[in-house]
Design a protein around this ligand. Structure first.
Ligand code: ADP
Ligand code: MG
Length: 235
């Protein structure tokens, strides 16, 4: 398998006044193209920090992060923003939709920065919203939708540009059990269909057995990596 993401000795220290918080101590790992990986660990163990580093949302204090052979730790903000637009989709626990924009506008916004013309953007956004079951909510604003529907919009936004990698940080953390299963099926199903690499932080015991590998994070380190035999087949 082809290595897509490589982390070498990644460390992240936050400074809070005089205090230093070591969020990630020394992390080295690699993730293959089309792999489905779950990150597990207790609250405060460093899962979100690790995910944000891999997604180019934050910079490491030390170490290398190489994605598709590019050193993202060496990029400036502008290069990073471009890199994220072209390669990365992100699903947040709290959806992070723009409240003043409709579902269609939220989904198509990222395509604007890629220079895709208006008509095609609208078509792509509409098709993606239909695919996540929101055909009848195209012009609704986030406040006019349920939590599950808002998360579907944010999934549509993450997937619409067919990014190489999709990251999700506790995407079902605010949802009920039934909606959790639907949302997880959507994310894992679309990633598999599009041959994307998927990295999810989740406490959801329903999901981690279906990941190719589970990476356990503890006190800013990789505690262990467990390979699953069921090989990412979500039924
Ligand atoms: P998890 O997602 O596993 O709950 P996080 O990655 O959010 O853990 O946090 C790891 C550690 O880093 C925690 O101790 C947290 O308080 C700290 N931390 C996270 N983000 C920041 C920040 N922006 N500033 C200061 N400390 C932070
Ligand atoms: Mg977190």
């Amino acid at each position: 398998m082809e290595e897509l993401i490589v982390l070498n000795n990644v460390r992240k220290v936050y400074k809070m006044g005089d205090e230093k918080i070591v969020a990630l101590n020394d992390i080295s790992l690699s993730i293959d193209k089309e792999e489905f990986v779950c990150l597990l660990g207790t609250s405060g163990s460093g899962k979100s920090t690790l995910l944000n580093m891999m997604a180019g949302l934050e910079k490491p204090t030390k170490g290398e992060i190489i994605i598709a052979k590019q050193h993202i730790e060496k990029m400036n903000e502008k290069q990073l923003a471009k890199f994220r637009q072209m390669n990365i989709g992100f699903v947040f626990q709290s959806y992070n939709l723009i409240p003043t924009l409709s579902a269609m506008e939220n989904v198509s916004l990222g395509l604007t920065f890629r220079g895709i013309p208006r008509k095609l953007r609208d078509k792509m956004a509409k098709e993606m919203l239909e695919a996540v079951g929101l055909k009848n909510r195209l012009n609704h604003k986030p406040s006019e939708m349920s939590g599950g529907q808002q998360q579907r919009v944010s999934i549509a936004r993450a997937f619409v540009g067919k990014p190489k990698i999709v990251f999700a940080d506790e995407p079902t953390g605010n949802l009920d059990t039934k909606t959790t299963i639907e949302v997880m099926d959507l994310i894992t199903g679309m990633a598999k269909e599009n041959h994307q690499t998927l990295i999810i932080v989740t406490h959801d015991v329903e999901i981690s057995p279906y990941a190719h590998r589970v990476i356990y994070v503890r006190d800013g380190n990789v505690e262990k990596i467990v390979e699953n035999k069921t090989k990412g087949d979500v039924e």
